[in-house]
Unconditional design. Structure first.
Length: 181
């Protein structure tokens, strides 16, 4: 999902408590801290339990559900990562990526992998970092397999580059190359 909304502080606290009861609190909080999904609240009181866990939140000026929906509609496109790589524009969503004008459905795992690379466009992400994005995986080979699947899913294998003995990165032009063109 791209966003989660909260209309009361007890609802926000209840989600965190239930996640704790079923043993997924650490994973939930870690994901919410990344801003994926984006946590939108009806007001600052509602955001309190989330902010106590260092989860970034936002809310409209006026604490009403209609105002929150408008705030979400305005804010979500700004929070959707877009990056240029290998001559393509990639817009990452919860279950898909738009490569130029074509939408490619991705598994949640591949979205997390692409998100980890897009968080640091052009910079090398080592296998350990990328393994973290694959939640629950421990074998380094899992990263190579996931990267291979991501390349196929994106439709252009050149979008994700291998940096030998270091890791992977999105094929982003350095700022100097763009200014010389």
């Amino acid at each position: 999902m791209d966003a989660v909304t909260f209309t009361s502080a007890p609802a926000a606290a209840g989600l965190l408590n239930r996640a704790n009861e079923i043993g997924v609190a650490e994973s939930l909080v870690r994901r919410l801290r990344t801003g994926r999904p984006y946590a939108c609240c009806v007001g600052p009181v509602t955001a309190g339990p989330l902010q106590a866990q260092s989860i970034p939140t936002s809310w409209p000026e006026r604490g009403r559900i209609g105002a929150m929906v408008r705030h979400l509609a305005d804010e979500l496109p700004r929070r959707t990562p877009t990056v240029k790589a290998a001559g393509h524009e990639l817009t990452i969503q919860a279950r898909a990526v738009r490569v130029d004008d074509t939408v490619h459905r991705l598994t949640p795992r591949l979205v997390r992998l692409l998100g980890a690379l897009a968080d640091r466009p052009g910079q090398v992400c080592d296998r350990v970092e990328l393994l973290d994005a694959l939640d629950g995986e421990s074998a380094p080979h899992a990263v190579e397999t996931a990267v291979a699947r991501l390349r196929v899913a994106l439709g252009d294998p050149g979008i994700v580059e291998t940096v030998v003995k270091r890791g992977y990165r999105l094929a982003v032009e350095p700022p100097d190359a763009r200014s010389r063109s």
